[in-house]
Design a protein around this ligand. Structure first.
Ligand code: HEM
Length: 404
């Protein structure tokens, strides 16, 4: 094993590498399963990430780790109730099914007019100016508005859970347990979000509305699968997923268009290409770069034995850049076919919100590209958020000559 590879993952977490982690992933792939100095096993090739995503000996419950010191404080808080993203079968499958059954194609397609309306409103609000921040002015407000509508959260409460959501998303980077004060802040945010959502769930139980969360509560009255804590935790998972991921898909997509004007032009000539362009963005610069897992038994893979109770980091973004699986992986090819990227994960935890995220990104990027006249990037590279796993720019300020 190349000695220096034992420190590479630490470099990924180091903010100075946040704008371009892909060369580090390429180095990591030279040792596909590589134990880091802190004991974590980092997995970076497409084949190995896929194999482990489908392996029943690999758990999403980090409380099963042999070393709890690296686990997020929100997870080890005694009041913590895990959502199904942090659970294994059979509980995971039961809870997930109840939610997936409510994510019907009709419900998701039915959101199209709302998504179109929010995108046009946000753009029209910038008709009189020649500068906007893609993050604050469109990429963030759009998914937030959509997830609030799905859950029945009043949009006026957004300021409250914006902060909680950012703090909780920051805990997804491994080993980021922080100072005692930060730990307290995480536990406090988790508690406040839970209490807020408990109120919402109780209200919707008493007065059902026409939204996804009401329908999950209703379906559960018959199926009796979820406890109240499960419903509250599920609402929190959907709220955070709706806040912290799609924003980066839209922003990363716009950043690529700004850097590669020839793709802007092609998308204007061939608007239907937006569908495969969004797929390519999920491969080329994905919002979720990596996820953690724990082994329930010893696993032999690629000449290495990973022991039971070990912490794994599966680098989805590296798998999606693996030259053994994708031709010219470092290029953004909008018409790419055979594109089974890892942008939405794989196996039993494959993203529940994928169809919704796709529609939001397709509409937002299509309209940004169609309507902005000569958009130019203000700062290269743009400033990034601190989070390395849910990765994307904090701001993407552009200037432009007007709206079409
Ligand atoms: C799971 C990515 C948007 C809900 C996942 C996973 C990924 C992912 C990679 C797998 C996690 C793992 O294996 O540990 C994304 C991306 C999005 C997005 C890139 C936007 C571009 C959404 C939205 C929602 C959502 C909008 C809900 C409204 C979920 C849920 C899971 C999940 C509930 C857990 C599934 C399970 O554990 O069975 N997502 N997601 N996601 N996502 Fe998304």
């Amino acid at each position: 094993m190349a000695q220096e590879n034992t420190k590479l993952f630490q470099q990924i977490l180091d903010h100075s590498h946040i704008t371009h982690p892909y060369p580090i992933y390429a180095q990591l792939r030279e040792t596909p399963v590589c134990q880091q100095e802190d004991g974590t096993y980092v997995v970076s090739t497409y084949a190995d990430v896929m194999a482990l995503l489908r392996d029943p000996r690999v758990s999403s419950d980090e409380r099963k780790s042999a070393d709890l010191s690296k686990v997020s404080p929100a997870t080890t808080d005694p009041e913590f109730h895990p959502t199904f993203i942090f659970q294994d079968p059979p509980a995971h499958d039961l809870l997930r099914r109840l939610v997936v059954n409510q994510f019907t194609p009709e419900r998701i397609e039915g959101l199209r007019p709302h998504i179109e309306e929010v995108v046009q409103q946000q753009l029209e609000a910038h008709r009189q100016t020649t500068r906007m921040d893609i993050v604050d002015d469109l990429a963030y407000p759009l998914p937030v508005s959509v997830i609030c509508r799905l859950l029945g959260v009043p949009i006026k409460d957004e300021d409250l859970f914006h902060g909680w959501s950012t703090i909780l998303a920051s805990t997804l980077d491994p080993g980021q347990t922080g100072t005692e004060e930060q730990k307290q802040k995480i536990i406090e945010s988790s508690k406040q979000l839970r209490e807020y959502l408990r109120g919402l769930v109780n209200n919707l139980r008493a007065h059902p509305e026409d939204n996804l969360l009401s329908d999950i509560i209703k379906a559960n009255e018959t199926e009796k699968i979820m406890t109240e804590d499960d419903i509250v935790a599920t609402a929190g998972l959907l709220l955070i997923a709706g806040h912290e991921t799609t924003v980066n898909l839209i922003t990363n997509g716009m950043l690529t268009l700004l850097r590669q004007p020839e793709i802007q032009e092609r998308l204007r000539q061939e608007p239907d290409l937006i569908i495969s362009f969004v797929e390519e963005m999920l491969r080329y610069d994905p919002p979720v770069q990596f996820r953690t897992r724990t082994t329930l038994a010893a696993i032999d893979i690629d000449g290495i034995t990973i022991p039971k109770g070990a912490s794994l980091v599966l680098i989805f973004a590296s798998g999606s850049h693996d030259p053994a699986r994708f031709e010219r992986p470092e290029e953004c090819i909008p018409e790419r076919t055979d594109n089974q990227h890892l942008g939405f994960g794989g196996g039993i935890h494959y993203c529940v919100g994928a169809p919704l995220a796709r529609i939001e990104a397709q509409i937002a990027l299509r309209e940004l590209n169609r309507r902005l006249i000569e958009p130019k990037l203000d700062q290269e590279p743009p400033p990034y958020r601190a989070n390395a796993s849910l990765r994307g720019p904090r701001h993407l300020t552009i200037t432009y000559k007007g709206l079409r």
